[in-house]
Design a protein around this ligand. Structure first.
Ligand code: SAM
Length: 251
């Protein structure tokens, strides 16, 4: 009887926030490794520091880092194989374009009459993107993901690669992106996950990491449907590696 009662108590125990949706342990160590600047200072102070990081030498090697980490070729493959299908999208927003890693694929695989808008917090990164893409086709601008200079419902497609981790709270960034998307609009979101490799990445780029379940919850709250999880390769899917990569649809 006593044994039965204790197992019932266990079943009722609230979920441990240090476990992910699958109940895996391991988040505590990652918290120690993860860069915590974003939690220590105001968003304005943090944003200035991040801008300095990307304006400087680290930003200058960003494109090379994306090649070495294979993010760039694997991202190309996601779009080339239409796992995230750009066909039909006419107004595409590329968030935090960096050196134009994703924008480069957009120019290759989007419809010829699609209008691509690239923005970044760092004017220096936008300059690098323009030089690297060697294309006047995109509209380039400097802006902050948390305060976008676009009217509601402007875009039917958004690509957001590794930028959300530079805002303190997913609802702030995703809420703003949802606002500028039209109903039925689609988003490819890539974000650093709260794994050990994610925590290590956060040290390099002074960003935070996200828990997959947390992002799912925020999406549900703001009307972004978690349409399908994307994986770079079958191996990434099997190992649940490569970070959060998902197609979201605005309801
Ligand atoms: C890791 S890079 C990602 C580049 C590219 N999107 C990719 O997928 O490889 C992050 C970029 O986001 C930009 N960024 C950081 N915080 C931002 C913000 N609040 N608004 C807009 N861009 C931001 C940085 O300047 C940097 O260029």
């Amino acid at each position: 009887m006593a044994r039965k009662r204790s197992s019932q108590t266990l079943l009722k125990r609230p979920r441990n926030p240090d476990r992910d949706e699958t109940g895996n342990r391991g988040k505590v160590i990652n918290r120690f490794v993860e860069n915590d600047l974003i939690r220590r200072v105001s968003y304005e102070t943090y944003r200035d520091k991040v801008r300095d990081v990307y304006d400087g030498p680290q930003g200058a090697v960003l494109a090379a880092c994306s090649l070495i980490s294979l993010h760039s070729p694997l991202g190309d493959r996601l779009l080339r194989t239409r796992k995230f299908d750009l066909r039909g999208a006419k107004r595409i927003l590329d968030v935090g374009s960096g050196a134009g890693q994703i924008a480069k694929h957009l120019l290759k695989y989007a419809d010829a009459d699609a209008r691509v808008t690239c923005f970044d917090l760092s004017a220096e990164m936008m300059r690098r993107a323009r030089n690297r893409l060697k294309s006047k086709a995109p509209h380039y601008l400097v802006a902050d993901l948390a305060r976008l200079p676009f009217a509601s419902g402007t875009f039917d497609c958004v690509t957001c690669g590794y930028v959300l981790e530079h805002v303190p709270d997913a609802a702030l960034g995703l809420g703003e992106l949802a606002r500028v998307m039209q109903p039925g609009g689609r988003m490819m979101l890539l974000a650093t996950e709260d794994s050990f490799s994610g925590a290590f990445t956060s040290r390099l780029w002074r960003c935070r990491t996200y828990n997959r379940a947390e992002i799912k919850r925020v999406c549900r709250d703001i009307g972004l449907v978690w349409h399908k999880e994307l994986w770079f390769t079958p191996l990434h899917k099997m190992m649940r590696a490569g970070g959060i990569c998902v197609e979201l649809v605005k309801s």
